[in-house]
Each structure stands twice: as structure tokens, then as C-alpha cells.
Design a protein around this ligand. Structure first.
Ligand SMILES: [Fe+2]
Length: 285
């Protein structure tokens, strides 16, 4: 195990996102290096390690050092012989996409519609579409803890002790309405409730856990008030100071904290091929 050559952190914006330089994941990392990455991740919400060259099993080894992996229920979209990784791709083979298409086309936090959402996600870029030399298919991240801290107090009070209802069927409906491809999954997940404001298990920071993509309603508010409150939350969290927009390069290993952030995949690349390998980590131990 390598302790690695150097470890440099370069912030992307004032509040969110950092590049970590000098770490070669393919060599296998000492756990203390993984813990250093985790500290930056908790601080910044999203980190990228660029120019990695990873076989699926090497991505899995790294992910297991971050915490227990959640094996996706979308088993037919798994990386061959690697059930812990899911293919995210629009590439068609044998008349069907080889991976998840339009994954994350609305603001969301991964797995919020499950009783135990993913704590972290780890996405590794293998093919990135380009047009006129510019990469397409960016992923935008917002810092949900920083956004909570800056929220007007009357809005905080509305959600501080409320529960939010997260729903896969609501998400599929919203995607269809927005002309995205619905995920090829059985729509059989019961709605779940989570606190609308959650406390990060490591940093103790409060963060907004109401998302445009999956939150159907805030329990206890009537329909009209729900519309107003959810609209106000959406407008607040999407302010530019909370956002980092990641422009992908092949070899990027992107890690984000689903407790501290929400994210959005920009679907601007049509049929140009895009392929990434995704992993979900269920907790920090
Ligand atoms: Fe996602």
C-alpha cells in the first residue's frame, strides 16, 4: 500500500468542491490516505481525483475503504462481474442502453427514496462526450449544508422539525414530464420519510434534505403551502454561491457526500457516447 507521493488540495469555489492532487488510486491507498480524502470530502462536499486509471476491481477496493457498498437493485445494469458497480451510459448495444440513461437529470441526493440512502457516491469517468473540443454532460453540485446555514430563518423554521416524503414514483413522473428517459426499473419502491433537515453523521452540520427530483411533499403542510415552501427551498439552494459545476475528463474519480450535497446531471449530449462506473457507499464505516 502506498502512502502516496503528495497530497495537495485545490478548492474549486469558496464553499464547495476541491481537487485532490498527488494520489494514484490504482496503486492501492493506505487507510490513512483514504481518511485524509474523507476529511476533505466532508469539508468540501465533492472532491475529484483526476487522471486515474482504474479497473473495476480497483474502484471497488477504494470504495470499500470508504465504507460498506450498497449493491444496486438495478442488477442488469451492473458492470460485468462487478455487481457493486453500476454502468451509467447512453450507449446502445443489442437494442438497449448498456447503463442508466439520464441518471440524475433533476436535483437529487442519491438513494433518498430508499430507507437507507447512500452516504457517498463514487463515479469514475471512462468516456466523456465532446463537442467542438468542449466536454458535455457536466454534473452540478450544490452544498446543502451551506445552503441551510444561509436560509432565511422563517423558511428554516418551516422545515426544521418536519419530515419530507421521498418517492421513486414521483421522480419517474417528474422525469417523464420533463421529457427525460425514465429509469428502466420497476416502480415498486414504497415512499419513505426522512427529516427535511438532517444532521450530518460526522460533521454535525444541518443540511436541507428536500430535493426537486425526489421529494413529493413535506409532511404536515397542505398542498398550497407545500408548493410555496418547496419552490422557495428550490430557489434558495440553487443560488450560484452554493454550486460547483464539474466538467468531466476521462479518468476523473469523483466522490461526493450525499449528506452535504445535492447534484444534477446536465443532459446536453444527446446520442454522443458517455460511460461512467458508479458506486454507492451506504455509511462512513
Ligand atoms: Fe445521482
Amino acid at each position: 500500500m502506498a502512502n502516496n507521493q503528495s497530497f495537495e488540495v485545490e478548492p474549486f469555489t469558496e464553499l464547495i468542491g476541491s481537487e485532490i492532487k498527488g494520489v494514484d488510486v490504482s496503486k492501492g491507498l493506505a487507510q490513512e490516505v483514504v481518511e485524509k480524502i474523507r476529511r476533505v470530502l466532508h469539508d468540501r462536499g465533492v472532491v475529484v481525483l483526476r487522471r486515474q486509471n482504474l479497473e473495476p476491481e480497483q474502484q471497488v477496493v477504494f470504495c470499500q475503504q470508504l465504507g460498506p457498498m450498497r449493491v444496486s437493485f438495478m442488477t442488469d445494469l451492473a458492470v460485468p462481474n462487478t455487481p457493486a458497480l453500476t454502468v451509467v451510459s447512453n450507449i446502445i448495444k443489442n437494442n438497449r442502453p448498456i447503463g442508466l440513461v439520464d441518471a440524475g437529470a433533476l436535483w437529487h441526493a442519491d438513494g433518498s427514496y430508499l430507507p437507507n440512502p447512500d452516504m457517498y457516491s463514487v463515479l469514475y469517468a471512462l468516456e466523456i462526450p465532446h463537442k467542438d473540443g468542449v466536454a458535455l454532460g457536466d454534473t452540478a453540485f450544490l452544498h446543502a449544508a451551506a445552503a441551510y446555514d444561509a436560509m432565511p430563518s422563517d423558511l428554516q423554521e418551516k422545515i426544521d422539525h418536519a419530515e419530507a416524503i421521498h418517492s421513486l414514483s414521483h421522480h419517474i413522473q417528474k422525469k417523464i414530464e420533463a421529457n427525460f428517459k425514465a429509469p428502466p426499473v420497476k416502480n415498486d419502491k414504497p415512499d419513505v420519510r426522512h427529516p427535511a433537515v438532517r444532521v450530518h453523521p460526522v460533521t454535525g452540520r444541518r443540511y436541507v434534505y428536500v430535493t426537486e427530483g425526489h421529494t413529493k411533499a413535506i409532511a404536515g403542510l397542505d398542498e398550497a403551502e407545500n408548493r410555496v415552501v418547496m419552490q422557495r427551498i428550490a430557489e434558495h439552494v440553487k443560488q450560484p454561491q452554493f454550486i460547483y459545476r464539474h466538467r468531466w475528463q476521462v479518468g476523473d474519480l469523483l466522490i461526493w457526500d450525499n449528506c452535504a450535497t445535492q447534484h444534477l446531471a446536465i443532459s446536453d449530449y444527446g446520442d454522443l457516447p458517455r460511460r461512467l462506473h458508479r458506486a454507492g457507499i451506504s455509511s462512513h464505516h
